[in-house]
Design a protein around this ligand. Structure first.
Ligand code: LLP
Length: 411
């Protein structure tokens, strides 16, 4: 949904320069049509079978974006009481909300039960005991899947691998059957499915397939014990193209590979996050100063690591381009923020044209885990967010003020 008209870069039919002018910088900008298009790919790929696409709302939990997704019929994958709250406020049908996470507290479990969410993805034996006990107290039955760790190691950053032996996630593969046998005996628990999620930003089909095959083996064993597994929840994890040359797995291929592993009678849940919102969002930032130091060229922008933490946290690559075509020669440049840490960079050693002070840069693929992971470190107010639909722009989050920095502080 990006295109140049003359020298100017547009998102849908709006010039980025106009967005910078109207809303100020730095600012997160999203394309509504791209989000819809990404979501529909999942809907279509899932359509031969029964099931749900549950947007992983940790990826981007802006209320307007969640509302857009719920209006398209999405369910939600949540990971805290706060996310369940946000999803209910954004009109998600509670019967389409699933809830994973290794550390659900008593308060969160109570809140989820009272909110009548669809299912808990249970990650430990002790959590099962807690859910059973709390359900009994509230006189309700909890629907559960166990999140199983399939011991599959996807090729991605170590911080975002979750399905490998030795990570904190899920029930250990070898303990899965006993978890189901225990759950079968619990008065306040209804077993509904099985869940797995092996990691994020995965580009290759092989680990997805391997995990599905290992889970299928378990499903067969569990069903032999007289326990019905209605839902197969395959998690999220599909990668997007951050760098030119990266080859991305199409949604329909991923889903049809997974379907081919399981029987036709199964219902499916997919929990995509990044592949719905990642390439639909951008961070628009302005060059404040330029400097040459130690033989390096620096562009100092008004966005820092507090606004987009992925480059420093995961050494993640985000493409960075100017929003105006220019014929000046390209030079090797570090794009850095104003924060007092050397880890405060958006990109290193990038070939960029020589820009002037006040010109803008666009950091691409910033829709997923961008605003959601931002903070006000260095007392920098959280950024504004803008949704673009055709030729219109909508402010979906106001820029925070200095006063907002003090909210909840007691003096
Ligand atoms: N389901 C579960 C249970 C998850 O834990 C996650 C993400 C997803 C679904 C969605 O995965 P996706 O489709 O977005 O890959 N902050 C990191 C990514 C953390 C992923 C956490 N779990 C990053 O910026 O790369």
């Amino acid at each position: 949904m990006l295109n140049f008209k003359g020298k100017d870069l547009y998102i849908e039919q709006v010039k980025f320069a106009d967005i910078a002018q109207k809303y100020g910088t730095s600012v997160y900008v999203y394309s509504k049509n791209k989000i819809i298009c990404n979501f529909k790919k999942y809907k279509k790929a899932l359509s031969p079978r029964e099931g749900m696409v549950c947007f992983a709302c940790k990826t981007n939990s802006n209320a307007s974006i969640l509302k857009l997704l719920s209006s398209l019929g999405s369910g939600a994958d949540t990971t805290s009481g706060g996310e369940i709250f946000r999803c209910l406020k954004a009109n998600f049908d509670p019967s389409k909300i699933v809830y994973a996470g290794v550390g659900k507290t008593v308060q969160e479990i109570e809140y989820a039960l009272k909110s009548k969410i669809f299912m808990f993805n249970v990650e430990s034996f002790e959590e099962l005991e807690a859910i059973d006990k709390i359900s009994g107290r509230l006189k309700v039955k909890a629907k559960v899947s166990f999140r199983i760790n399939p011991y599959v190691d996807p090729d991605t950053h170590s911080y975002i691998i979750t399905g490998k032996k030795g990570t904190k996630f899920g029930i250990p593969y070898e303990a899965a059957v006993s978890a189901y046998l225990l759950a079968k005996k619990k008065k306040n628990i209804t077993i509904s499915g099985i869940h797995y999620h092996i990691g994020s930003q995965i580009l290759d089909v092989v680990p997805f397939k391997l995990a599905a095959q290992k889970i299928k083996k378990l499903v067969d064993k569990i069903e032999k014990e007289g326990i019905n597994i209605e839902y197969i929840n395959c998690g999220g994890g599909l990668g997007i193209k951050y760098e030119s040359g990266q080859k991305v797995l199409p949604v329909k291929n991923l889903i049809s590979e997974i379907f081919s592993v399981f029987g036709k009678e199964k219902k499916f849940i997919f929990e995509p996050g990044r592949s719905i919102i990642g390439d639909a969002g951008y961070l628009l930032t302005k060059v404040i100063y330029r400097k040459n130091s130690g033989g390096k060229n620096f562009l100092i922008t008004d966005a820092g690591m507090n606004d987009l933490t992925r480059p420093t946290l995961y050494n993640a690559y985000h493409d960075i381009i100017p929003i105006k075509k220019t014929s000046t020669k390209k030079v090797k440049t570090d794009v850095v923020g104003p924060i007092c840490e050397s880890g405060d960079f958006l990109g290193k050693d990038r070939m960029l044209p020589v820009l002037l002070q006040g010109e803008c840069l666009l950091v691409k693929c910033a829709g997923a885990y961008g605003a959601a992971m931002s903070s006000s470190y260095n007392s920098r107010p959280l950024l504004a967010e803008v949704l673009v639909a055709d030729d219109k722009t909508f402010l979906i989050r106001k820029r925070a003020s200095y006063n907002d920095l003090l909210i909840n502080e007691v003096v």
